[in-house]
Structures are given as C-alpha cells and as structure tokens.
Design a protein around this ligand. Structure first.
Ligand code: TMP
Length: 221
C-alpha cells in the first residue's frame, strides 16, 4: 500500500477593519492554541520590524510621504519577506496565525481616491504583486459598522483611519470575500469578545487537529 503523505499545518489569516478587535482576537487565538498544546507562529502585516516595514511605518504615521504605487509594492514586498518562512512552518507542522495579509493590501490601496472620488489604483493592479504568495486555508474577516467602531472610541491617528476610507475598504473586503468562496468567513465583530472568540475557535480547532491535506497552495494562481 502506498504510504500517505503527512498532513501539513493550516495557515490562518485574520483580516478586518480598524476597531474590529482583530488584533486582540489574533492574540487570543494564539494563546488558546498554546494552552491546548499547539505552538503556532504568530505574524502580523505590516511587519514593522524589517527595513521595508520601517518605511511603511513611517508612511502610516505620516512621518514621510511615498508614491501610492511605491507604498503598495512595499506592503507586498513586506509579505514576500516572510513567504518562505510561512511555507516552511506549515510543512513542518506548525500552524501560522497572521494578523492582516494580502487582502488588506488590495482593499486599502484600492480604496484610495483622487479629489473627484475616483480610484487611484485599479483593483487588478493592486492584486498582482501578491499573486503566488502562500494562500491561507481560512480567512476570518472581522466586520464592524462605522457606528460600532465609533462606540469603541472611533478610529485612531494613522493615515487610513478615516470613516470614508473605512467604508470603501469595507465594501472592497466584501467584494473579495464573495470571490474567495468557502475559505472566507465573515465574523460579526460588533459582538461581545467571548462570542467572537468562540466562533473563531469552533472553526480553527478542527483545522489544527486534523491538519490540511496537500501542498501549500498559492494565492490567485
Ligand atoms: P495595523 O493597524 O493592523 O498595523 O495596519 C496598519 C495599516 O496599514 C492599516 O490601516 C491597514 C494598512 N495596510 C495597507 O494599507 N496595506 C497592507 O498590505 C496592509 C497589511 C495593511
């Protein structure tokens, strides 16, 4: 009988709008995996620790200006810096939990508009530099209305944290979600933290326990 190839670990991505509790839930998921005996790798984009990440950080804090296309490519390059680490980790059986990924790259850059309200960068152009990155096995999209976000203290100080921008980003995430099919899970992030955590855990637990069949797939190929 042919020997079965070992199953690999899952790649779990959490995407979401600002004030959706995405970062808190990513940390909770990581901690819960650890408590239940699974050591995962936790990563976050933008990864502000690398040289590219520092350029992005400075841009987001409005400490520097960059061309819209240039900064989009930096965000993508920042992901490519970790692409082989992600793939190796999954093959070695260590799940990867990731706070934001290529979907943020497309939605945020694609939601930039000129003074007439027209998009500055075409959707397909925004997607192309991320084609071929390791594809997630599941994406949780943390959805929140601007009203709820306001109740939570409103948006922060960084460049994209403005209501009109967040509304466009939200529509764009919904569009990508429809294209992604079953890999994409929309989470109503306006609810109590514990409820949100339970919903995420219900889907992650079996995925981690059973593992994933087949090689790591590639985004949009
Ligand atoms: P953060 O608040 O999760 O650190 O994300 C920083 C900001 O960067 C957030 O407004 C979303 C934006 N962003 C992009 O514009 N493109 C990207 O590729 C990523 C990962 C984030």
């Amino acid at each position: 009988m042919a020997s079965q190839s070992p199953r690999r670990a899952p790649f779990i991505v959490i995407e979401g709008l600002d004030r959706s509790g995405k970062t808190t839930q990513t940390s909770r998921l990581y901690a819960r995996l650890k408590e239940t005996g699974t050591q995962a790798n936790l990563i976050k984009f933008p990864d502000r620790t690398t040289t590219i990440g520092q350029m992005i950080d400075s841009y987001l804090r409005s400490a520097s200006e960059l061309d819209d296309r240039a900064v989009h490519l930096l965000f993508s390059a920042n992901r490519w810096e970790l692409a082989s680490m992600i793939e190796k980790s999954l093959i070695a059986g260590t799940p990867v939990v990731c706070d934001r990924y290529a979907f943020s790259g497309i939605t945020f850059s694609g939601s930039k508009v000129n003074s007439e309200g027209e998009p500055l960068l075409p959707f397909e152009w925004c997607r192309s530099p991320d084609i071929g990155l390791p594809a997630p096995d599941i994406v949780f999209f943390f959805d929140i209305t601007p009203e709820k976000a306001k109740e939570r203290g409103g948006y922060g100080e960084e460049r994209y944290e403005k209501e009109e921008m967040q509304l466009r980003v939200r529509d764009s995430f919904h569009r990508i979600g429809r294209e992604m099919g079953t890999t994409w899970v929309t989470i109503d992030a306006g609810r109590e933290r514990d409820q949100v955590e339970q919903d995420v855990w219900k889907l992650v637990e079996p995925l981690v326990k059973e593992g994933v069949d087949g090689p790591v797939t590639k985004l949009w190929t």
